[in-house]
Write a protein that binds this ligand. Structure first.
Ligand code: CA
Length: 233
């Protein structure tokens, strides 16, 4: 793919300049928006590959920007905000953001998050041409129509709950899924008990798919928030 276009939505000029300079230095293309309305307009007229979004905007809350864009687009949205509470991160992710970076951030962290998101884009565009019923990531494969997951060609012995969890994360590779989103998707509800059960299923699933469950390479934990399947080379 060509160098991705990032729409940077940030009303604070020094922060916006830092982000833009970082993108330029690393040969990403970019557009800028200074408020929410402009972000929504530019997202629809320019169809950027990725949106960087500040939540504290002068004209509207960034959460509403996410909701508006999500009503017609799946473009990856990375929130970059000073709001550092887990509740704020969860609200943004549940509204449809893919990832969340807290200010002050390091340039390296920003680039790392962007790379994860671009791998997700590559995966989505590869899926479009290929057979959507088979998922491949590193040594992990899932044949959705057969209901079989394999690691290094060996069929995994997963319980139905582990399999559901793996499929949900795989279908959202690159995106942080909140505990609420996962439990709602799997059990259709989200009770405190469900989050505790989710941790247990995650532990048993990791033992089966991760070469080293104590330093997982497929499923990343976001403490207090949720989990994300990473694209593994
Ligand atoms: Ca701001």
């Amino acid at each position: 793919m060509n160098s991705p276009v990032v729409l940077v939505t940030e009303d604070d000029a020094p922060v916006r300049n830092l982000i833009v300079t970082t993108l330029k230095t690393h040969e990403y293309r970019y557009l800028t928006a200074n408020n929410g309305a402009e972000a929504v307009m530019m997202a629809s007229s320019h169809n950027p590959d990725v949106l960087f979004l500040d939540l504290g905007l002068p004209d509207m809350d960034g959460i509403d920007v996410i909701r508006q864009i999500r009503s017609w687009s799946n473009m990856p949205i990375i929130v970059i905000s000073a709001r550092s509470d887990d509740a704020d991160k969860i609200e943004a992710l549940d509204a449809g953001a893919d990832d969340y970076l807290t200010k002050p951030f390091s340039v390296e962290e920003l680039l790392a998050r962007l790379r994860v998101t671009i791998r997700r884009l590559a995966l989505i565009s590869a899926d479009k041409g290929a057979d959507r019923s088979v998922y491949a990531n590193g040594k992990l494969t899932i044949d959705f129509s057969a209901g079989v997951a394999c690691l290094d060609g060996e069929e995994l012995k997963l319980t139905s709950m582990e399999y559901k969890l793996l499929c949900l994360l795989a279908r959202n590779t690159g995106k942080v899924l909140t505990h609420t989103y996962i439990t709602q998707s799997i059990w259709g509800r989200s009770w405190d008990n469900d989050v505790a059960s989710l941790r247990v299923f995650m532990t048993t699933l990791r033992k089966k798919i991760e070469p080293r469950p104590d330093s997982p390479k497929y499923i990343q934990t976001h403490i207090g928030i949720g989990y994300r399947m990473l694209k593994v080379d």
